[in-house]
Design a protein around this ligand. Structure first.
Ligand code: ATP
Ligand code: MG
Length: 420
């Protein structure tokens, strides 16, 4: 029989590399947990209509990348391609915006699915950690989120990332700009798909990666010239708060998230070591989204950082995370009786908080010690018939190689003192 392979565009996380993924998730979550964000988990799939409305009918995500299916019961669902729509749906459904203080601050971590052309940094199954602050319009909140992402990346030791920042205006000034942009774009030499996009989602054309499109965009009207006073003041305050916090950013007047309900602050984290998949994370304000999915007006802001690309960024910078060996003590027994005694000791050590493993499968002493070595354990606890008779175990320091006999009933306390 043929052996199975992971589906195209996916990969498995295996030890020891999987430890880096966990550490990255932890490092991104830590500043959020420390800043009033509560953990939320939503289903891996939702009603497809939520994404159609909450991500946008005109986006690549919805038109090309979604894993959509119909259940046996006739429900039309899709695997989640992103987190924001689900989080907002869940918050609205549970009335969090009525029962708690606003903003409702939530963070999440999980798997997302997009049917994309797989390449390095672009997968069909990937991981994000994200944060959403729902129900408040306050430049300090936009700044907070950007500062927390910056802090997360810095805590991981990343240095070669940049923060791109822009404002997309609001329902006052955006439509004026949109009309001006449409007029400009209609005068260009563009293919039919792109021309259609001018009507539905003209800002997205600015984001077109193709050189033949980009070179025509040189004289395009800029949103920054169209911002109303309120948006201008809001953006100024976000920028001042970031600067005061020592967070370096670059103004990027072409940075768009071309959905109608994205408003004002928009930002992206890019890493220069990643080639064409350079965005490690992105986010912004989405003041209109709640209403789009049937909720009340709830101005909100959020971001999602890609775990896979963050790990690639660490590799690109040659950053090795300081991940301690997962096993501190490794037990090796010789003979059945010793095995039983050591198994009890191992259980006790684990209860005492000492990370402990042991040799299984009736191995020889030599093979058992090889395992102990590979585990990265600091100490080996070894026992045979003779040790049992004397009521001791042999405690071997795996760094120095030194070995001493320790009374069986003193081992837990001794190792706890040395390790915990
Ligand atoms: P891109 O322009 O590279 O397609 P995007 O704008 O679609 O990115 P977002 O929807 O903003 O990405 O998602 C936030 C982050 O999630 C990205 O910055 C990236 O790190 C990660 N991400 C998005 N799609 C993928 C994917 N297919 N594979 C791996 N990571 C992804
Ligand atoms: Mg994409």
């Amino acid at each position: 029989m043929n052996t199975f392979k992971a589906p195209k565009g996916t990969y498995d996380l295996l030890p020891p590399d999987s430890a880096t993924f966990l550490a990255v998730r932890e490092a991104i979550a830590a500043p959020l947990r420390n800043s009033g964000y509560g953990y939320i988990e939503t289903p891996g799939f939702e009603n497809i209509e939520l994404f159609a409305r909450g991500v946008g009918e005109s986006t690549d995500i919805v038109t090309k990348e979604m894993y959509a299916f119909e259940t046996k019961g006739g429900d039309r669902l899709a695997l989640r391609p992103e987190g924001t729509a689900s989080v907002l749906r869940a918050a609205l459904e549970a009335n969090l915006h009525k029962t708690g203080n606003l903003p409702v601050k939530l963070w999440y971590s999980g798997s997302y699915y997009r049917y994309e052309r797989p390449q390095k940094g672009r997968y069909r199954h990937f991981s994000q950690v994200g944060a959403e602050a729902i129900g408040a319009e306050d430049p300090a909140l936009d700044a907070e989120l950007i500062i927390l992402a910056d802090q997360a990346y810095r805590s991981l030791g990343l240095r070669n990332f940049r923060i791109l920042l822009n404002s997309l205006g609001d329902k006052e000034c955006r439509p004026v700009y949109r009309a001006a942009l449409q007029e400009f774009l209609r005068g260009l030499d563009l293919d039919e798909d792109t021309r259609r996009r001018i009507d539905i989602n003209p800002l997205r054309v600015l984001d077109d990666k193709r050189a033949e499109v980009q070179k025509q965009l040189d004289g395009a009207p800029l949103l920054s010239d169209y911002l109303c006073d309120a948006c201008r003041a809001y953006h100024k305050e976000v920028r001042e708060l970031l600067s005061a916090a020592g967070v370096v950013f670059e103004d990027d007047v072409k940075l768009v998230r071309g959905l109608d309900y994205y408003t004002r602050t928009t930002f992206e984290f890019v890493h220069d070591g990643l080639g064409s998949q350079s965005a490690v994370g992105g986010g912004g304000r989405y003041d209109g989204l709640s209403e789009m999915i049937g909720g009340p007006a709830l101005p909100s802001v959020g971001w999602a950082l890609g775990v896979d690309r963050t790990v690639l960024a660490l590799e690109a910078e040659g950053v090795e995370l300081d991940i301690p060996a997962s096993t501190s003590v490794y037990a090796v027994a010789l003979g059945d009786e010793a095995k039983q005694r050591l198994f009890a000791l191992v259980t006790e050590l684990r209860k005492a908080g000492v990370a402990t493993d042991m040799a299984y499968g009736g191995k020889s002493m030599k093979a058992g010690m090889k395992n102990a070595n590979r585990s990265g354990a600091r100490f080996a606890v070894i026992a045979g018939e003779r040790d049992l008779a004397e009521g001791v175990v042999q405690l071997k320091d795996m760094e120095s190689g030194g070995q001493e006999a320790v009374a069986m009933d003193a081992v837990v306390t001794l190792l706890k003192d040395k390790l915990v």
